[in-house]
Design a protein around this ligand. Structure first.
Ligand SMILES: Nc1nc2c(ncn2[C@@H]2O[C@H](COP(=O)(O)OP(=O)(O)OP(=O)(O)O)[C@@H](O)[C@H]2O)c(=O)[nH]1
Length: 289
């Protein structure tokens, strides 16, 4: 059987999370209209009788402006060297010469499939130009057009991956969807709600850590910390009289209940940790290795 590891690379907003979700048919990565939401590598495992594909999502490729972002760059490179096949995702309407420059700079050791996304939003002329440009590149070992949003072209994509995937026994048993702990997904679901409920800077200055995950007889008790940099941010997160944090809690709880298929009691705490983004120790403590 064919089995192996596949990474999805692309600039922020290219549609990596949407693609992963479309492939997995489950809500595993956060999707948000704002850029740079995926900070962790999130894996989904697609198991069929004749193949097993282990997907990892990577952070967007960005400037190493903050330490956190240096770590993200590092994570991108690490993900790159760790896989059998790289999917280089391109938004059909972004600047292709710039994207090509990034792909060339990556100097891939693994075969790459160029995946042109958002075809639902492109003119015929645009599509033709993009396919011609990338089809001629030496790093391009496969070229597929898709719409992650409309779930079109996904079968072609799987076929292209299988051509490049090695013969291996399966790495994971049965239909195990992920090797990341459930806690992590709960934290990501809370983060997703923060992105939707709060404006501008707030989502970028917060991180969520699930501290407690206890299965009781009738429900699951989850306690999570929302970490921010400043007291003012804490105030914004809480809202007047705690109105915002209650709304966040209610909406996140509903998603988590749907994900776990069980009743959930969710407790949220907002904690101030000045400059956590720049502090190596904190980054380690919170799992950004
Ligand atoms: N029209 C259209 N929009 C899409 C398609 N795929 C993704 N999008 C939209 O593009 C935006 C970004 O998608 P994401 O999946 O969050 O992108 P990402 O690459 O994971 O972004 P980061 O996590 O920020 O790196 C969202 O608003 C998606 O709905 C597509 O095939 N067609």
């Amino acid at each position: 059987m064919k089995a192996g590891f596949v990474s999805i690379f692309g600039r922020p907003n290219a549609g990596k999370s949407t693609l992963l979700n479309a492939l997995m048919g489950e809500k595993l990565a956060i999707v948000s209209p704002k850029v740079q939401t995926t900070r962790h590598r999130i894996k989904g495992i697609l198991t069929e009788p004749e193949y097993q594909i282990i997907f990892s999502d990577t952070p967007g490729i960005i400037e190493p402006k903050y330490k956190l972002q240096e770590k993200m760059m590092h994570a991108v490179k690490q993900a790159l060297e760790d896989t059998d096949v790289a999917l280089l995702l391109v938004d059909v309407n972004e600047n292709h010469e710039e994207v090509n420059a990034i792909f060339e700079a990556l100097r891939l050791k693994v075969p790459a499939i160029i995946v042109i996304n958002k075809l639902d939003e492109a003119s015929e002329a645009k599509k033709k130009a993009v396919f011609e440009l990338f089809g001629a590149k030496s790093y391009c070992k496969g070229l597929v057009g898709i719409s992650a949003l409309n779930k079109t072209g996904l079968k072609d994509l799987i076929d292209a991956i299988l051509k490049l995937l090695p013969e291996n026994p399966p790495f994971f048993e049965g239909d195990e969807m992920t090797d990341l702990p459930t806690r992590f997904f709960c934290a990501e679901m809370i983060r997703e709600k923060i992105f939707y409920l709060y404006q501008e800077e707030i989502p970028y200055h917060t991180t969520v850590i699930v501290n407690e995950f206890k299965e009781k007889s009738s429900l699951i008790k989850i306690a999570a910390d929302i970490i921010v940099n400043r007291e003012t941010q804490k105030g914004i997160l809480l809202g007047v009289g705690g109105k915002m944090i209650r709304q966040l809690g209610t909406e996140a709880r509903k998603d988590i209940e749907q994900f776990l298929g069980q009743k959930v009691f969710l407790e949220l705490f907002v904690k101030v940790r000045p400059k956590w983004r720049d502090n190596e120790y904190m980054l380690k403590e919170y799992g950004y290795h």
